[in-house]
Design a protein around this ligand. Sequence first.
Ligand SMILES: [Zn+2]
Length: 596
Amino acid sequence: MRHSHARTVASSILSPRPLARPLARPLPMLLLALLLALCACARPQPLRLELAHLNDTHSNLEPVDERLVLQVDGQPQAVRAKIGGMARLKTALDAARSQTPGLVLLHAGDAVQGTLYFNVFHGRPEFELLNALGVDAMCLGNHEFDKGPQALGRMLALARFPVLAANVDASKEPALAGRWRPYAILRVPTKGGTEPVGVIGATTPTTPRITADVGRVRFSDPAPAIRRAVAELSSQGVNKIVLLSHNGYEDDLRLAKSVAGLDVVIGGHSHTLLGDRRALAALGLSPAGPYPTVVSGPDGGATLVAQAWKWGEVLGRLSVDFDAQGRITGHSAAPALVMDKAFSQDGRPVDPASAQGAALAAAARASGAAAFPAEDPAMLTALAPYTQRIKAFQNAPVGATLSQDLVRGAASDPGPLVADSCLAAVPEADIALMNQGGLRRDLPAGPVTQGQVMGLLPFANTLVVLEVSGQQLKDALEDALASQIAARHGEALRPPHPAGFTYAVDAARPKGRRITALARMTPGGGSAPILPGDALRLVTISFLAGGGDGMDTLRKIGDRTDTGTVDSDAFAAHLARLGASGPVAPPAGPRVSLAR
Ligand SMILES: [Zn+2]
C-alpha cells in the first residue's frame, strides 16, 4: 500500500491519534476501545535493541573449511578450520537468546547458491533451516533469483519470516507477486511490553544485469524507495529503523550518509569482514573496516553499518541503545567467527587433546574474535536426509589429480583451465571466454571430486556457441571492462578468462579503447593478431551469452547455438581427459596482460 506522505503528515497534525488512513465508517465500540488502548501504549519508549545477523550464507548449511593463520608463541601457523554451518550457528544463537530474550535475527540476503544443496534441492533445506534458526526478517539478495521467478516463488513460500525489498517490484510477475514487501515492523519485547522497530529491505539494482532471468521483476534505485519506507514508518510512530541491505558495504556507507532516519544498516553482498584489526590479525584475517562502522547521517545522527563476512562464518552481534526519541545513545558489538575447536594442518587433522591441538585452540580463543559452540543435534538431524542424498554424488571422483592448488586470483587460477574445458567441449569452436565471477571456489591439490567441480561452477550454465567478428569480440571485452570499472569500488579488475586467444588491457584508457592487443594462440605456442573482420566461433557460458556482466555485444548476437552442455560437466570431462595421462597442472600463462 502506498499513500500520500503529505496527507499522512497533515492528518497526524490535525488528529491526536496518527491514523494511517481516514475511517469511513463508525467504529464498533470494542474496536475503538482497542485502538485507544493501542494508542495509549504506542508512545515511543527507550530500547536496547539486540541484533544478531547473517548475510550471504550461500547454501553453506554445513561448516566451511577455511584457511586461518594463528599466532602460536609469536609464530604464524597456517591451519584449516571448520567455521559456521547452520547447526553451530543455532547453538550460538540459542546461547545469545538465553542472555537477551528480545534478540532479533536478521539475514541480509543471498541465502542460496554456492553448494550442491542448492543445485539438488533448489532452496528447500536453506529456508527450512533459516526457519529453524529463528530468522525474524530477511532481505532479498541477487542470488535468490538464480533459478528464475518460479523457483524463487516456491522458495519464499517456505519462509516463516517476512522477506523485504523496498526497491524491487514484483507486481507484474505472477510467480512472485506478494512474496515480499518494502518493510516490516517487528515488536521487540521490553520490560513494559513491546517496542516497534522498523526493518526496511533493499536489494542491489544491478540484479537484472548479473542474473540470467528475473522475469518481469523491476528493480529501482534503493535510496528513494528507502526514503518512502522511512516516511511511512515515521507516520506510524516508528522511530527506530534498521535498513536490511543487499547492496554491498560501499553502497551501505553511501546510503547511511544520504538517507535520513536510518539508525542501523545490516548489510550483505560484498562479503565484507568488519571488526577489530588486531583481533582478526591473530586469525590471519584482515577487516575492511570497524564493526560497526559509524557514519554520520544527513540529519547529524549516527548510523551504525555492519556486515557479517560470508557463508555464515561470522555471526554479527550488535546491541544498540535508543532513547524514546529514537536517537542512538550507545552501542556495543560482539561479532564472532563461529568455529570448531579442532583444526587440521598440512592436510591432516590435529588431535584436539594433543599439546598442539590445545595450543591452536588457545591461540584462536585468545584472538577474542571467535566463539566455539558445539553443533546443535536437532539441526544436524534436520539436515541429515539432505546430506545423505548429495554425499554419494559429491564424493564421486572425476578421474583427475591436481598437481597443485588452483587458487582464484593467483598464477594458478582455475579460470584458464575452465575456459579450456569450454573449448574442448565444442571442437568446432575457435575461442572461449569465462567470467571470473562465475568461479566460486578454489580447488585443492589431489584427486578431484564431482562435489568440488560443482562448488567451483555451481550455476549450471550451458555452453553457447556464438559466431562473432574480431570487432565484436573486442567490443564484448570492452563491455565487460566498462561494466566492472563502473561497478567496482577500488577492487582489482577481474577481466574474463580467454581460451584460444590472449589480450591486453589498459584500464586507465577511456571506455572503448582499453583492449590494446588481441591475438589468436596458434599451435606450437605462437600467436596471430585478431583483425576486426575475422570470423570467429566463440563458446561461452549462457550467462555471458545472455548479456551477463554487462556483455551487451554478446547478447545482441543472433547467430548462436545453445549446446545444452552444462559448464560443470564440461569441466569434469576435460579434467578426466587430462587426468588420464597424469597429474593435471594449470596451463602456462598468463593470457591476459594488464598495463600498470
Ligand atoms: Zn549478492
